[in-house]
Write a protein that binds this ligand. Structure first.
Ligand code: PA5
Length: 439
């Protein structure tokens, strides 16, 4: 059977030899075992390890709820930020050909201009709202939900609006949970032991993805198979462990920035999801690999120079999708004024592949080690496989860095300042301190 995912480490061995990578196997094995046995730092947030199997039990009820909302609407606005936003968008953009109900996004920033435009664009549409927040207290989605709820009530009437709102949140805590209970909105639960950035395969991702018309069964099956592969394969053949080892070894050699590169624009948000996963998980105790991303070949004409010849503290991870679902052939042109007849009859996907191969070699020669990931095709199954692979790799990596990859204490600092500046009750003292400092 064709493998869903392949990993090629040939272009990193000039910086980290195979022997050096092997020296990290024992440590990685311990790391993997601690995840599988729900041990180690942050072990109360390891629900995602077996999540695909667990969620399969809820698939029918999620699909039913999703169908019920989708039947009433031709546009659904998902309101959420971070882990309550990125996995939905990365999935729906990557699988856009299969989307039947249009999904819009809000609550992932505070731009009034954006919100105004969204409401204007959807003024004559049958709109539904899916508000998502694990904590139920995050400012951006809470504020935007208040605004869109009031807009929806004016647009469809209070009772009708109620039928078009679904909340996805904690089982018992948070302002969103109380509000949903008070208003009688249908509610789906985010498991306690799954943090935001690991939650794409909980109702957070599954509900909107199903409402958009995409097969969540296949997504979960891919993830379940990835979880199985990671749990039973020895480190040598274990893609998630191999990827985690490669990154960690490169970091130890001074490659502190990882650039995830794709070769199709619909994967842009997979990179955004991946950045949150690795950035928020690893960036602790003044260490971690800074996750960046480029969309190629587009960014070869903006970031290409830096990647080829800039500071040599970078490594690249290229994601290539082997099978193109909608290919094109280059037409002939008798005049050949553009000089491109040498490509006549060639597939555009083949040309893109040569660009990928050329870039990987050039960057490696220029001192940027390149990890190559090949996904068989862009389907719900393969995408599910990819998500679980990255999450497992991130968990192993957290263990190698000896940090807790499941918390995010650092994101509180800006929030406290913002609450003080906004005049939130309880933040008066900090507000006075900031004022003294001229902030
Ligand atoms: O990974 C995380 O936990 C965070 O990035 C959250 O996903 C993000 O802050 C949104 O939180 P919440 O779902 O509680 O609104």
């Amino acid at each position: 059977m064709k493998k869903s995912l392949l990993l090629n480490l040939d272009y990193i061995t000039s910086v980290v030899s195979s022997a050096y990578q092997k020296s990290l196997y024992a440590q990685s094995k311990t790391a993997l075992q601690s995840l599988l046995q729900h041990q180690g730092l942050g072990n109360d947030f390891l629900g995602w390890v077996t999540l695909p199997t667990e969620m399969k039990k809820q698939v029918q009820s999620i699909k039913r709820a999703a169908r019920a909302l989708a039947q009433k609407c031709d546009a659904i606005i998902c309101i959420g930020i971070g882990g309550s936003y990125l996995g939905i968008r990365s999935t729906l953009e990557a699988l856009h050909d299969e989307v039947k109900t249009q999904i819009y996004y809000a609550g992932h920033h505070l731009s009034a201009h954006y919100l105004n435009r969204l409401m204007q664009e959807l003024k004559d549409r049958q709109v539904g709202l899916c508000v998502i927040s694990k904590s139920g207290t995050t400012t951006e989605p809470a504020l935007v939900f208040r605004i869109l709820k009031s807009w929806l009530e004016k647009k469809h009437g209070k009772n009708q609006a109620k039928q078009r709102i679904v909340a996805i949140t904690d089982r018992s805590q948070g302002a969103l949970k109380s509000l949903a209970d008070a208003e009688g909105y249908p509610t789906l639960v985010i498991p306690d032991d799954v943090g935001g950035r690991y939650s794409v395969l909980t109702p957070v991702g599954l509900f909107p993805i199903a409402a958009a018309g995409i097969s969540i069964d296949a997504l979960l099956q891919g993830a379940e198979d990835a979880a199985l592969d990671v749990s039973r394969l020895n480190i040598e053949n274990n893609l998630a462990a191999q990827y985690a080892i490669a990154r960690f070894a490169l970091y130890q050699k001074g490659k502190v920035i990882e650039v995830l590169a794709n070769f199709r624009p619909d994967l842009h948000f997979i990179s955004e999801w991946w950045k949150q996963l690795f950035g928020e998980s690893e960036g602790k105790d003044q260490q971690g690999i800074f996750p960046a991303s480029v969309d190629l070949t587009t960014d070869l004409h903006s970031m290409g120079q830096f990647l080829q010849e800039g500071s040599r503290n970078i490594f690249e991870t290229m994601v290539w999708v082997q099978k193109e679902s909608h290919d094109l052939l280059v037409p002939g042109d008798p005049s050949n004024r553009d000089g491109l007849n040498f490509l006549k009859g060639k597939k555009v996907s083949w040309i893109n592949e040569q660009a990928m191969r050329a870039t990987a070699f050039a960057h490696q020669q220029g001192g940027v080690p390149v990890i190559q990931l090949q996904l068989a095709e862009m389907t719900p199954y393969c995408l599910g496989y990819l998500y679980q692979f990255f999450e497992m790799a991130c968990g192993i990596s957290g263990r190698l860095f000896q940090i807790n990859p499941f918390d995010q204490p650092g994101v509180e600092a800006y929030k406290k300042n913002m609450f003080a500046l906004l005049g939130k009750p309880g933040f008066e003292q900090l507000a006075a301190q900031l004022k003294k400092k001229g902030i």
